[in-house]
Design a protein around this ligand. Structure first.
Ligand code: FAD
Length: 266
């Protein structure tokens, strides 16, 4: 690792001011992605700003029909939370599928969506539920947040503070996991909230998480797995690697999407 200056601010305001005042700072959440990146010398920030001492970034609460989760909330807390299980059961289920117990006890929801790994689970939930990402500067709709592979709409130094999810019962996440890493080979989050039907896919596309709009259109006629019969995605847009070809992933999206819709329709 390179030498850097470590900071542990006590408020979002102080963290944002620090981030703005240094040339090449990096925010640190659970460190599950950042620390290996530093160790491998893939990044060499001059300053690391640890968000772990900011109480405002913690906590889960239901405000009316909106589930608000602090950015520093660990996956294990989301998985175990009675509030999440009541408001959006599919989200608690998804959090419980992430990695292994060590990963779930360190990794954070804010770090996961800021990183926007193309195989991560939370981006599918954010897009599938139409979440709002709240930052130190503004509110960003999930549809505008995930802009590409490991890319988001965040500006340098902008801090995710909370994620707001609408309370939705008719929703499900189905993941076909890589047995070694537990990351999604394909994961589909399907949700129906009054007239809003969303199908979000992670793990598959070379451009990262995306909404499968053709599937959403088909489901407007009838919210059932069979409505997706015959729909397919072009294989050349899919990730092709040693774990599976583009054709395999394209096929898997269709199968997993049907299962997710069936589970959501209940
Ligand atoms: C072995 C292993 C298996 C895993 N399996 C899965 C899996 O199955 N599914 C899955 O979805 N994920 C998986 N992960 C990812 C893991 O769950 C973490 O969410 C992810 O690594 C991010 O880690 P972190 O929260 O500790 O963030 P960090 O590593 O601390 O930060 C990650 C990035 O986000 C930025 N950042 C962090 N917090 C904020 C914030 N509040 N605002 C703005 N930027 C911020 C940091 O600057 C950094 O660039 C796995 C990780 C490991 C190591």
């Amino acid at each position: 690792m390179f030498a850097f200056t470590y900071h542990r601010p006590s408020s979002v305001r102080k963290a944002a001011a620090l981030a703005a005042s240094v040339a090449d700072g990096k925010l640190l959440a659970g460190g599950h992605t950042l620390i290996p990146t530093l160790k491998q010398r893939l990044a060499a920030p001059g300053d690391v700003i640890d968000l772990g001492g900011i109480p405002d970034l913690a906590g889960i609460e239901l405000r009316g029909r909106t589930l608000s989760i602090g950015a520093m909330t660990r996956h294990a807390e989301v998985a175990a939370s009675p509030v999440v299980k009541e408001a959006v059961p599919a989200l608690a289920y998804l959090a419980g599928l992430i990695g292994d117990p060590a990963v779930r006890n360190r990794g954070t929801i804010g770090g996961s969506i800021a990183n926007n790994d193309p195989s991560a689970d939370y981006p599918a939930a954010c897009l599938g539920l139409g979440a709002t990402i709240i930052t130190s500067q503004r509110r960003i709709e999930a549809d505008d947040f995930f802009t590409g592979l490991f890319e988001t709409a965040l500006e340098p130094g902008e801090i995710i503070t909370r994620i707001a999810f609408p309370a939705v019962k008719k929703a499900a996440y189905v993941k076909f996991a890589n047995p070694a890493s537990r990351y999604a080979m394909v994961g589909v989050f399907a949700a129906k909230r009054t007239a809003d039907i969303r199908v979000a896919v992670t793990g598959a596309s070379q451009s990262g998480v995306f909404r499968w709009t053709e599937a959403e259109e088909a489901l407007k006629k009838r919210f059932a797995g069979r409505s997706l019969d015959g729909l397919s995605l072009p294989a050349d847009d899919m990730i092709s690697d040693l774990h599976g070809s583009g054709e395999y992933r394209a096929h898997l999206v269709g199968v997993i999407a049907q299962r997710a819709v069936e589970a959501a329709a209940g």
